[in-house]
Design a protein around this ligand. Structure first.
Ligand SMILES: [Zn+2]
Length: 394
């Protein structure tokens, strides 16, 4: 009788342990063990944060403040180099909340989201430095202007895209381990590298394919910057989507442009649509539509064009845009970076080519650490997000 009861308690204990094991996301099959980014015995340092995450889902919100208080004082030791990591408050657009993650983890997520992981290693490293510089600049200024409490958001049209480990798994499928290791290596091999101009992080912008030559910043963003000037970008022709056509009927165009032009007849578009002027780099600067001069960047946004580098052909139904390149064309061309890397150029060569005149720094400087509160942690209290959470690296 007594033995039987002991048996029951033992079974319950095993069951509870199994449930907790699963809840904290510990691996259960061979594949999950293989996918661990840190050796299993090292992963124990993640245990407190994972347990906390599980508990936070079950306890009332006001109790969670106790954990928040603790978090500002207790720091997780970075498994990679033993130093205290730099934390970034990231607004996850898809989940509509701010989370706290390490700079390293954040940079990996940006590289994974913003550049094909199959690109050459030196191109991935250039992307990692660009991503890090971007967030450093925002951390030194006011953070993301659209989301309070966040240094940066994951909305690619506002700040920078970011891919979570789960979305990377989905995106990369069977190649997950291979691509993840490439992205981790790109971050690790450039850790603490960033781009400066006059000792400050630069304004980093990049795009998929320039079309053969990048664009001057003032043409697109109305602000000239000495390191965001047009440069040649060779070897991009190999990139998928280097040239692509987009066709619209006159009716479609009238509808898409109605917000800007008001009611406009398809026939008016047919009669009047033409290129008004070109930029110095050969992209379309303005177009003429129904007696109005419209900036090509505005037209691009309204029609969803890939690029403002296009020529036109018309027939009785509508207009076809023969586009070259993909993106706004300012700063680093990712396809161009990949072509340079394929020709044996280093990530330093790539960055200095696309951002002429900048300096590649090898250490997070004291000004950055001080301004963001890492050397004076007390001042940083106001920057803590309401519901922070540790996100482990990719
Ligand atoms: Zn933002």
């Amino acid at each position: 009788m007594r033995k039987g009861r002991l048996h029951t308690w033992f079974c319950i204990l095993v069951l509870v342990l199994a449930i907790v094991w699963r809840m904290i996301g510990a691996p259960v099959n061979v594949k999950e063990f293989q996918d661990l980014q840190t050796p299993f015995w090292q992963a124990r340092i993640l245990l407190p944060s994972r347990l906390q995450r599980v508990l936070l889902q079950w306890i009332p919100v006001h109790l969670s403040e106790l954990f928040e208080k603790e978090k500002t004082e207790v720091s997780l030791v970075n498994a990679d180099d033993g130093k205290e990591p730099v934390w970034v408050n990231v607004f996850l657009a898809e989940e509509n909340r701010v989370v706290k993650m390490t700079m390293a983890g954040y940079v990996c997520g940006v590289v994974a989201a913003e550049m094909p992981a199959a690109y050459h290693m030196e191109a991935l490293k250039a992307q990692a430095v660009a991503a890090r510089t971007r967030v450093m600049k925002q951390m030194m200024q006011d953070g993301c202007s659209a989301h309070e409490g966040a240094d940066i958001c994951t909305d690619s049209t506002h700040c920078q895209a970011y891919a979570s480990p789960a979305s990377c798994r989905e995106r990369w499928g069977d190649s997950y381990t291979v691509y993840r290791d490439r992205v981790l290596a790109a971050e690790e091999q450039t850790r603490n590298c960033w781009l400066s101009y006059q000792k400050q992080p630069i304004t980093v912008v990049y795009h998929a394919i320039s079309g053969g030559r990048t664009e001057n910043a003032q043409t697109v963003f109305s602000q000239a910057l000495p390191y965001l000037v047009s440069v040649e970008s060779r070897g991009e022709e190999q990139a998928a989507g280097f040239r692509q056509d987009a066709a619209y009927t006159f009716e479609e165009m009238a509808e898409k442009l109605s917000g800007l032009l008001g009611t406009v007849e398809p026939q008016d578009i047919r009669r009047t649509f033409s290129v008004g002027s070109y930029t110095e780099t050969g992209r379309v600067h303005t177009v003429q539509i129904a007696g109005r001069e419209v900036e090509a960047t505005v037209l691009r946004a309204l029609l969803g064009l890939r690029s403002t580098w296009f020529s036109l052909s018309c027939d009785e139904k509508g207009i076809t845009f023969h586009q070259q390149g993909y993106g706004h064309g300012v700063g680093m061309s990712q396809a161009g970076a990949n072509a340079m890397a394929g020709n044996g150029r280093s990530f330093e060569d790539i960055l200095l080519h696309y951002f002429p005149g900048v300096t590649i720094e090898n250490e997070m400087n004291e000004i950055f650490l001080q301004r963001t509160g890492y050397l004076r942690r007390d001042d940083n209290a106001a920057k803590q997000p309401v519901l922070a959470e540790t996100q482990e690296a990719l």
